[in-house]
Design a protein around this ligand. Sequence first.
Ligand code: HEM
Length: 576
Amino acid sequence: MAQTILATVIKSMGWLRGAIDASTYVSSLPSEGGVSAVDAVAPNVTHLRPLGASTIKAIWEARALTAGIVLGLVIIFTVGYIRSPWRKLPPSPRRLPILGNALQLRDKSWLFSKDCKERFGDVMYLDGAGQPIIVCNSLKSAFELLERRSSNYSDRPRFIMAQEILNGGLLFALMRHNDRWRRMRRAAHEALTKRVLRNYHPVLMKEATVLVSSLLTPSANLRQDRHFKRVAASKVMSIVYDHPTIMSEHDQAAERIEIYNDRISKAAMMGSYYVDIFPWMNRIPERFAKWKQEGLQAFAEDSEMFKGLLNRVKVDLANGGDRPSFCASLIRHPDLGSLSELEMSFLAGHLYSAGAETTATSFLWWTLAMIAFPEVQRRAQAEIDDVVGRDRLPTFADSPRLPYVHAIIKEILRWRPSLALGVPHAATEEDWYEGMYVPKGTVCISNLWHCNHDRAVFGEDADEFRPERHLDKHGESLPGPVETNQAGHVAFGFGRRICVGKDMAIESFFIDTARILWAAKLERAQDENGKEVPLDIETIVDAGVIYRPVPYECVVKPRFAEVESILADERERFGI
Ligand code: HEM
């Protein structure tokens, strides 16, 4: 009875209804023994609790206007946590840009559950309390919309704090589909083609040598993630700015960009800043809004930092320097996208932001797979021994003759995509897909996890880690399915917004993994009783936009006696 009366009261408060409707899709998930199926796979969702009956009663008994207001506020701020009491409310035509699904999207792990795909289908619609959002849960739908119809789906949603305030509209990866993005994309694309990347092979081989050497030091066993992060940062910094190899985790330039990265990642998360929920707040003059003042101040400082890094390359070129780098290409060929100095500075800075963490995380998954599937590791090492031998380290020239090493890389990117929900696209115009209406401005999330595990494309064993799927019966590389543009996975996204650094990522992945497998045995750690420490290969840890494995231990040992001396020679050759 109390619930019915309350429901009537709430119904009359139209401004609350958008929020309530927005929560119903989670409320309606199937339940088994009181726990929804999604709760079972995404434990973090279990804190979505119905409002306690006693609280409802107390508020109702108070019968005061304040109780209504308090209730209203509680509902707004806990809307993501509300369940069944409101389930029967009719859908509301009114929508208000309040939190709604946005809160539920803060914990996204349930999106990877089988339940989510089975229950909500290939294309799932979420009402972001006024903002239409679709999630493509199948490769067919993602490929059709984001790839085939990319002329309509290449926009990005508006990120007021992350893009407009903190980056003055210059944050490339979140830029709207406009002329500036086209120019920056062209410049980035031209400066990172496979042909240009050949100039960076020496840098990539040097970095791989440093990585292998550091992994083989005894203290490395516990914290490989530190090494991967440092190496990924070092590589991107070397390629973008011709920055010297980063040997310590405390490189000043990299640390400074990391601070910038953290700020942007936080700002891009739904609900971090009210201005992204209430866009009218952006009109508040700076002097009345501390968040705006701080944001604009950070933008000014970051602009100086990025301009300073670009300027170093300029000075070097002016002094006759001729070493290759992304910035050097932009400076030498100003016609590439005709970028202003500020645009160049931010584009270069963002390559670091976009490239370092994604690469390091894919590496964490790779190492985990190597110790979880030792037979895969052994097969790759046998291939390397056959092709390279044990007298020298693998090089890029060996690449075409190492199909199994490449198959492992493709399988890692397919099996555990580090950007499991991609980067959201947005529809420029309204559209229809299989009888479903997609309004103009709809945010389109490509669920890369489900796309990469799509049984309709990869077969019934799509959830398994099986590099052989990328090889023919003679062990040669097979072109991947059409829906992956023959890549064998869609870890790099789709259409015009596909990762602009994908070739660089793959080349550096290749040389790192080939050199590690040549030099080292990767094994599970053992406990004090000599028993192997169990590994968790199923859980994925949500680290904002990136999805990592649960931390694990790995023991790294040289594969044969000459490894250390050959590595020492190689380090000497590179002067490190
Ligand atoms: C394993 C490593 C990597 C993965 C898994 C990855 C994945 C992705 C994905 C999923 C997107 C979004 C695509 C879409 O919107 O559909 C993306 C965009 C992007 N990536 Fe990567 N990436 C990786 C490495 C890199 C590297 C090394 C760089 C730079 C050198 C880079 C630069 C970018 C940029 C600039 C964008 C934005 C493109 C745009 O909006 O036009 N990424 N990446």
